[in-house]
Every structure is written in structure tokens, then in C-alpha cells.
Design a protein. Sequence first.
Length: 274
Amino acid sequence: MRRETLCILSAALAVSLSACAGVGDGKGEGSGSITTTAAVEPVEAKVNKSELSHEKHGYGQGVQFDSENRPQGALDLNAACGKLGAKAINEDTDKITLTFDQGYENGFTMQILDTLKEKNVKATFFLVQDYAERNPEIVKRMIEDGHTVANHSVHHYSMPDLDEEQCRSEIMDFHEYMKSNFGVEMTEFRPPMGEYSDFSLAVTKDCGYETVLWSFAYADWDVNAQPDPKAALEKLTNAAHPGAIYLLHSVSQTNANVMGDMIDAIRARGFEFE
């Protein structure tokens, strides 16, 4: 199926659905104030999820680019899946967003946080629940420094492989954990492995979340095969484009070591960060 046809919903599908269990009901709320770390656009219309496809799609930004160096795959995802609350690039700003997937800790996150603070850059950290449970001080530092803490699921399962209740649980169980333990109500979700279906996107949106993919990623996750710092810096800098969403991994020593130079080099090209 062509990507342009994915997620296109007919008006006939618009029906009323119950809100995702647990949203706004105060369950698990701690005694402290609740902080919303990012805004989600209002849900314009809900859909009959039973009519939507469960076909699994693995997202990638591709290798074709427009005149502004924006990946065509990211633009296509926005056009095809925007109605289901998903995006892979920001089209309402020229600023660049740095995002980090936090599956486990490898000792470099604090260095990255120090660099971001030094350079006055805010980032989004997509956490798996186990990461938050094992690294509460790092998570507190992210929040205190003004970064967005976001949802990468409880168990890092492929969302299209799950039924509706399992999808909701993967999102909302972690949502309630963060709300109760850190006073944060998360609003952005990144599906594990970048895998999604029309159905899983609709469930995510029904839970009050925006699905955030990416417009740049590279092979930085293998701790035993780290990219060469010089080559990585060149790749990271050359990929800059208006509204970019960078997907990086904090387990990467290369990322930690080149982060400051990367920010400086991208700014030298006339871009700024969120």
C-alpha cells in the first residue's frame, strides 16, 4: 500500500468513542502539583477504530529530500497520518527538536544533560517505564532542567501486535506511573521501533497522546559499534532542516561526546533549537 493512502479517514468513520480509561480521572495522583510537559492538539474527531487497519508499518524517513533538505518520508507521514495525531516533522516551525529514546542507561545521559544545559537547549526524552523506575534521579534532573519527558511505553512492545486494551495499557499504565511518582502528565508518545498501524495510532490519539516519530535518525544505538565522532558530527550537521525532529540515543558515547559541537555547528548554519 502506498504511504499516501495510509491513515486517510473518510467522514463516515467519525463517531463518538469513550475516552481512554484513566485520563483525567486523578487515579494515582500524588500530593504534588501536576506538570504537563508538552501540548497536544485537541482531538478534532474520533473514529470507529474497528474500521481501521491493523497492518503493521515500520517508519523510516527515507533518502529522498525536498529543496529544504526535509525528508520526503517525514512529510508523507504527516500528510497521511496527521488526522490520527501523528507527525514525523514539525511543519509549523523552523526550529529543530532534539529527542532521545531512553531504553536503558549507559552512563552518558548526565553528560548529555550537562551539555544541553550549557548550550541552553531543551530536548524531549522518550522513556520506557523500566528506565524511569531504575533511574529516578536522572528523570528528576530532566524535569528540573525543563526538558519534556515523554512516553515510550511500559514494555517496548510493537504496538500493532497488541489489541486495543493492551495498547492502552502500554501507554496509560506508564502515564499513571509518571503522574504519581514524578508529578508529570505526559502527552507525547513514540511507538517502539517506529512500528505502527492505523489502529494503534487511533488508540494512541484516543488516549490523549500525540504520536511523535522523527525526520532524522542514524545508527547510534549499538554500544559495541559506535560511529566515528568526526563522521557522526558531519552527518548530524548536514541533516539539519526546518522543523527537524532528531532521534538520538543517550546510550551512545559518540552522541555524548559530539553533542556540544553538533549544537554549535547547526546553529552556525542558521538554525535554532526548541
